[in-house]
Design a protein around this ligand. Structure first.
Ligand SMILES: [Zn+2]
Ligand SMILES: [Zn+2]
Length: 307
């Protein structure tokens, strides 16, 4: 099984504190790295996590509140200083291009690499990135300004073949790929040999959903259904539910409801309001567990497997 994991670089909310940095996460699949959000301090956190900036080719920005992207120009600038030449792909609301350009222009910086933008404007979920192993879909969220979460979906995993059976039935080489994809084998005399004779059952493909920032929004359920690991913001506890509604954020219990309805395997939470301290953590867990058991509070620089 390929490595599929997420490292939390920052899991605080709007105001950075000495304990929490603003939002940023690094998704790692096999030898690829995808950055989701890039709050202030992301570069330093990447350094601490010992990740080379140059390994990141795709950056996804949920929305343009500063706690989700104020680190981006700094990171781009460092990539430039480190001699990057390969294209960088940024998936973000359209204003991002102007924001980056004005800062580069003011410092007379001429990047040696190209930035390819995908502007996220649709109110429907859309496929925004696809490579050999992964598809990334937007999750339109409900926040004060246009906001998307991201759904990382591993492509269907090929079946492992039984070499001795391939040999026994004299399966030609060019048929093997189709068999790995699930096809039956038709012998030259027309007899059909079922795929299960040649292969082991395929492993289930895994997925990771990032949902921040958002008010409670059940509309996202069909997009993230059966997600393996769901990260959902929990800015507030129940006693601040009115404030959650007003500021378009979620409570811990609401995140639990989403995880339950989406039949997630595991829920990670974060983006707590700066009013809460470590002593409140148990309350966050308790309120989530009114709905959903398998929950963990994200800790910065911790890595969580998507399994
Ligand atoms: Zn935020
Ligand atoms: Zn926000």
């Amino acid at each position: 099984m390929e490595k599929f994991e997420v490292t939390i670089l920052g899991s605080g909310s709007a105001l950075p504190t000495i304990y929490k940095r603003p939002t940023s996460q690094l998704i790692h699949y096999s030898n690829k790295y995808y950055l989701v959000d890039c709050g202030e301090g992301t570069q330093v956190q990447l350094r601490k996590a010992k990740i080379s900036f140059l390994k990141i080719n795709h950056i996804f920005i949920s929305h343009l509140h500063g706690d989700h992207y104020f680190g981006l120009v700094g990171l781009i600038s460092s990539m430039h200083l480190l001699g990057r030449v390969g294209d960088l792909n940024i998936h973000a609301p359209k204003e991002i291009e102007e924001i980056i350009n004005v800062q580069l222009r003011a410092s007379y910086t001429q990047l040696r690499f190209k930035i390819n933008y995908t502007f996220l404007e649709s109110k429907e979920s859309e496929l925004v990135m696809e490579d050999k192993n992964m598809q990334v879909f937007t999750i339109p969220l409900k926040h004060k300004i246009l906001t998307n979460g991201f759904f990382f979906k591993e492509k269907p995993i090929l079946r492992k073949v039984k070499a001795e059976k391939l040999k026994f039935y004299e399966v030609p080489h060019y048929e093997i790929q189709k068999i790995k994809e699930g096809a039956d084998f038709v012998k030259p005399d027309g007899e059909v040999i079922a795929n299960s004779v040649f292969t082991f059952p395929p492993e289930e493909s895994r997925s990771y959903a990032f949902c921040s920032d958002t008010a409670f929004r059940e509309k996202i359920i069909p997009i993230i259904e059966n997600v393996t690991v769901l990260y959902h913001e929990t800015t507030f506890l129940n006693k601040e539910i009115a404030l959650a509604k007003k500021t378009f954020h979620s409570t811990a219990q609401q995140a639990g409801k989403i995880a339950k309805q989406a039949k997630a395997v595991k829920l990670l939470i974060g983006h707590f309001s700066a009013r809460y301290e470590e002593k409140h953590h148990k309350e966050f867990i308790n309120e989530v567990q009114l709905e959903f058991d398998n929950v963990q509070i994200t800790k910065e620089l911790n890595t969580y497997e998507v399994n």
